[in-house]
Design a protein around this ligand. Structure first.
Ligand code: PLP
Length: 500
């Protein structure tokens, strides 16, 4: 399987090369040149397999330049051992008779980013060998919080790589910030940015586009790559868990084989839900993909109207990992839905860049709404949903997952659709424990307490254990203190890599 750019101006490359490069040379995103499909027999076979076996079965359809043995090794390194604190890796928990929760946060950093970022470094080291790369790969990351830590954890001390993470200094939770600035490893750099996630992401994109810098880095034996969800190597592992959730539900007798289900996905950069779209395109019986947004509801408006308009205020919400106004992966969806018309994509992306807005044609818009539905939930609804879900089901939601649960309610009310639905749960409730504790215990009980005191309060109240990755975070030494201006990201990279 080869990969081509959504902008149509780069030659098709192997999976290894697409993973190594992260972003295509013409500024587009890599996508498989052909539709990948799965047979009914193969789908049926998945039901009796372990998560690791399901992973290999899906990955080998896309990463055809990797041997099965290599894929098994990658999967074992990422999801094996005691890296995940659930034997199923991604447990499916029943919430109501027609709703389940797919827990994607049992990895080392307690958010769903681990699903991709534990395995991406494995793909990457093998891709370097396959492509005869001799340079050191420098992973540049802009993060709204969860990606940064997950990428640091995945890449720390991986030979042949180093990693530089930029996070919005005031845009992440205390737990997220501490997770990052206490990161150990000889090849890691972590910097705060005065600005929001979009500022950090724009700065990083600018570095990727800087030809002069690329040459200076090449002269010193460095080559930049990305661990953001624009990298195909991050997207492809996310396809697996849609199949796995389906297989588990069939195996448990909750649904019949062949029955269509909905997935509800708390969405930011459109990476997670796009993986669901690829799963559907491959033949997984999915009825609707429900895109749950917070008040940064640029995607909701797009799915409802066909116009993408980022000209609006950036809002800070209780679900910070979804505080995004430019959802990069939408470009891949549009490329697929237009029948791979790179010219159209170029036009829209240029409009987005210059005017901050574009409208797709009616045919594309129709296609979008045949697969997707979207609405959003605000902070108050988020807290109320956490509280209500605990009261009714004794199930603890983080703020992002709560947005999804609330949007599912709205979907059911608006459409009357009674299809069995799976909510993708993207973070451990302990990762956003300040907000979760506020929802459950009330303002008074949490007044004056640090997020760390609240971890144990929340654990005591619910009986849910504090995940290993969040223990003693406040006692670890702070190793990364630098903060940079939003226009100085390029300079910061130069300082780290080019100053002797
Ligand atoms: C990253 C993240 C999201 C958004 O996922 P996308 O793939 O960017 O749409 C949602 N919730 C949490 C907790 C996240 O970390």
């Amino acid at each position: 399987m080869k990969y081509e750019s959504t902008r149509g101006n780069s030659p098709a490359v192997s999976a290894a090369k697409a993973i190594k490069k992260g972003i295509a040379p013409d500024g587009g995103l890599f996508v498989p040149i052909e539709n990948v499909t799965i047979t009914q027999a193969e789908l049926q076979r998945l039901t009796s397999l372990s998560y690791a076996e399901r992973a290999v079965a899906i990955l080998k359809l896309f990463l055809t330049d990797f041997t099965e043995k290599e894929l098994i090794d990658c999967v074992e390194a990422a999801y094996g051992g005691d890296k995940f604190d659930a034997p199923e890796v991604v447990p499916v928990k029943s919430l109501t008779p027609d709703t389940a929760v797919l827990e994607l946060w049992h990895g080392p950093t307690c958010a769903f980013k681990d699903m991709a970022l534990q395995i991406l470094p494995q793909f990457l080291v093998r891709s370097l060998v396959k492509t005869g790369e001799t340079s050191e790969i420098v992973i540049l990351v802009a993060t709204s919080g969860d990606t940064g830590k997950a990428a640091l954890d995945g890449f720390a001390d991986v030979p042949g790589t180093s990693i530089i993470v930029f996070f919005p200094q005031e845009g992440v939770s205390e737990v997220q910030r501490l997770q990052m600035i206490t990161q150990q490893g000889n090849n890691v750099h972590v910097l705060g940015v005065h600005g929001n996630f979009d500022d950090a992401q724009s700065g990083v994109k600018q570095v990727f586009g800087d030809k002069e810098l690329a040459q200076a880095l090449a002269d010193k034996g460095y080559r930049l790559s990305s661990a953001n969800s624009i990298n195909w190597g991050r997207l492809v592992p996310q396809i697996i868990y849609y199949f796995s959730a389906y297989a588990d539900l069939v195996q448990a007798g909750t649904i019949q084989f062949g029955q269509s289900i909905n997935f509800v996905v708390p969405t930011g950069n459109f990476g997670n839900i796009l993986a669901g779209f690829y799963a559907k395109s491959m033949g997984l019986p999915i009825n609707r993909l429900i895109c749950a947004a917070n008040p940064n509801n640029v995607l909701t408006d797009f799915i409802q109207t066909g116009t993408y308009n980022r000209n609006r205020n950036f809002l800070k919400t209780l679900s910070p990992s979804m505080d995004i106004l430019i959802s990069s992966n939408l470009e891949r969806l549009l490329y697929e839905l237009t029948g791979r018309q790179a010219e159209k994509i170029n036009g829209w992306m240029n409009e987005l860049k210059t005017n901050g807005v574009y409208s797709v044609d009616p045919v594309t818009r129709e296609k979008v709404s045949s697969h997707f539905w979207s609405d959003f939930a605000d902070d108050q609804e988020t807290l109320a949903t956490i509280q209500k879900t605990w009261a009714q089901h004794h199930y603890l939601l983080d703020t992002h997952t709560a947005v999804a649960v609330r949007v599912l309610e709205k979907y059911r009310r608006a459409t009357g659709d009674t299809t069995y639905s799976v909510v993708a749960s993207t973070a451990s409730p302990f990762k956003f424990n300040g907000s979760v504790a506020k929802a459950l215990l009330g303002d008074e009980a949490i007044a004056g307490k640090s997020e760390f005191n609240l971890l144990s309060d929340l654990s005591a109240f619910t009986g849910w254990p504090i995940p290993k990755g969040l223990h003693d975070l406040d006692k670890r030494p702070v190793l990364h203190k630098e903060v940079t201006g939003k226009d100085k990201i390029d300079e910061a990279v130069r300082n780290i890599l080019l100053t002797p």
